[in-house]
Design a protein around this ligand. Structure first.
Ligand code: IPD
Ligand code: CA
Ligand code: CA
Length: 257
């Protein structure tokens, strides 16, 4: 099986999932709380995940799947081929704004990121690519962003971390050109890949960062837990990604002190 074939299939599945989500937006879908009032899941999150998992199981029955909803949220190891899915990233935006949410799919092989897809559904913007393939926005190949320092660019941030000043988030934010908060990890990843933001500081689960890090790696961004460790692909972790220059400044000037 070639990467080309898989890329065509995944793009088709994302298109189908996005059509389903857009149609569902006009219906009276169910919204429920997970851990609390501000942690929501909808029937559309679950049904979109079911749609994508059905496709993977039909085409690649031997593969493993790690996904946010309904019994797929843990995995024994990253051995073999693993699909990592966030059916709707930015569910709060989906419910409250009906925009600014993404579908995200990543393919890993023995722990190595091979393909990543982030689709901003309402903007109709697909950022995709993979190891040795490059990074594309739709049909257009993106150019690797400049290696700007912290003071030269906008920094995406998790609102809670900035508000509560977790891991020096406020000082880091103030040292940048400005803080931006989208409420959607996928949108933050796309902003870095386009060269619009120099970095992203957040608190993420594997399906929030998997597709993004495949693409960031292709553009030689630096990323890790905020403590500088390798991401574990298990549970939530404080997450830092940035241009190599901004990453090193954030670590040296604010986190390793
Ligand atoms: C969330 C969003 C948000 C980030 C949270 C994620 P979800 O994903 O990406 O921006 O701050 O940590 O959980 O739950 O809407 O898929
Ligand atoms: Ca998410
Ligand atoms: Ca989600």
């Amino acid at each position: 099986m070639t990467a080309e074939k898989m890329i065509i299939e995944i793009k088709d599945w994302i298109r189908e999932a996005a059509d389903f989500i857009q149609t569902s937006l006009t219906t009276d879908f169910a919204v429920s709380q997970k851990s609390g009032r501000t942690d929501l899941v909808t029937s559309i999150d679950e049904e979109t995940q079911t749609l994508l998992i059905k496709k993977i199981k039909e085409h690649y029955p031997a593969d493993k799947i790690l996904a946010e909803e309904k019994g797929y949220s843990t995995i024994d190891s990253l051995a073999g081929r693993v699909w990592i899915i966030d059916p709707i990233d930015g569910t709060m935006n989906f419910v409250m704004e009906q925009e600014n949410f993404c579908i995200m799919i990543a393919v890993f092989e023995d722990g190595i990121g091979k393909l990543g897809f982030i689709y901003d559904v309402m903007k109709d913007e697909l950022c995709w690519g993979g190891k040795g393939i490059g990074v594309f926005l739709g049909e257009q190949r993106l150019i690797q962003p400049k290696n700007l320092g912290l003071s030269a660019g906008l920094l995406g941030m998790n609102a809670y971390m900035f508000g509560e000043d977790i891991h020096c988030a406020r000082k880091i934010g103030h040292a940048s050109m400005g803080v931006r908060v989208s409420g959607c990890a996928g949108i933050e990843m796309i902003a870095m890949l386009k060269g619009n933001h120099i970095g992203y500081v957040s608190n993420l689960s594997p399906w929030d960062y998997a597709a993004g890090i495949v693409l960031l790696e292709e553009f030689h961004f630096s990323y890790s837990t905020i403590e500088g460790k390798a991401l574990s692909f298990s549970g939530r972790e404080y997450f830092l990604a940035a241009t190599p220059e901004a990453y090193s400044e954030i670590k040296t000037n604010f986190l390793d002190k």
